[in-house]
Design a protein around this ligand. Sequence first.
Ligand SMILES: CC(C)(COP(=O)(O)OP(=O)(O)OC[C@H]1O[C@@H](n2cnc3c(N)ncnc32)[C@H](O)[C@@H]1OP(=O)(O)O)[C@@H](O)C(=O)NCCC(=O)NCCS
Length: 215
Amino acid sequence: MFPLLDQSPAAPLSESRPPLHFYGICREVKPSLEYSETKRLILRRPTQDLYKTLFRWLKDPELTKYVGGVREDDKIQLTFDHVMKSWNTAGVGKCLVIEKDTLALVGLVGIFPLDLAGTKVNDLGYLIDSPFSGKGYATEASEEIVRKGFLDHGMDQISAWPDPKNASSVRVVEKLGFQFVKELNGAYMGMSFSGMHLYKLSRSHWQTTVASHQG
Ligand SMILES: CC(C)(COP(=O)(O)OP(=O)(O)OC[C@H]1O[C@@H](n2cnc3c(N)ncnc32)[C@H](O)[C@@H]1OP(=O)(O)O)[C@@H](O)C(=O)NCCC(=O)NCCS
């Protein structure tokens, strides 16, 4: 079984209105800065329940191969705290990615404001659990996150910095219209990195190219 955040029965999703009491939200869930839907996915602000799934993901050698490797417990706690804190301090952050059909938690995609080698960036990050990769979920979720970043949060620019060896991750940013800027070396959350590729997408480029094609 794939992990669900809440064992209480979820009402069926309707086209017009997401369910009441969905994942512990005791009010009607409306599209907001913290909740949105795509064709196949629900994207929403995480709750404390994320911790145990994040712990499993960050202990998985395959999933973490290009993103710093398997984490020690204290680093997982640090990452979790950062994910939760960014919503309070910046009003944005990583979203749970939930498959509508199964209500399985399939990953984490979102924008994380961070200081990258001395520059403040709106960093797009994504992780899709192995059983769900190759279905276009990272792209589908990121398209919505990027759209909200530009239109709802007023961002001028969004960045991503995949490892160039991580071919599927590079492919995702390219599909989203990001453009390569430069190679990046430095440290992040106590982990050093080198040879990453910094990509950027400006709102003006997104509006004239990507958004116009998405209709
Ligand atoms: C990278 C990751 C997010 C991709 O998620 P996903 O849901 O499988 O991605 P999508 O299905 O939306 O898109 C993947 C694209 O890469 C392509 N791809 C997959 N493997 C590839 C490879 N070895 N070489 C080239 N392209 C590849 C797919 O064909 C697809 O492109 P297409 O739509 O043009 O066919 C996921 O594998 C993951 O979470 N990995 C671990 C964490 C990680 O590395 N995160 C990235 C941080 S920068």
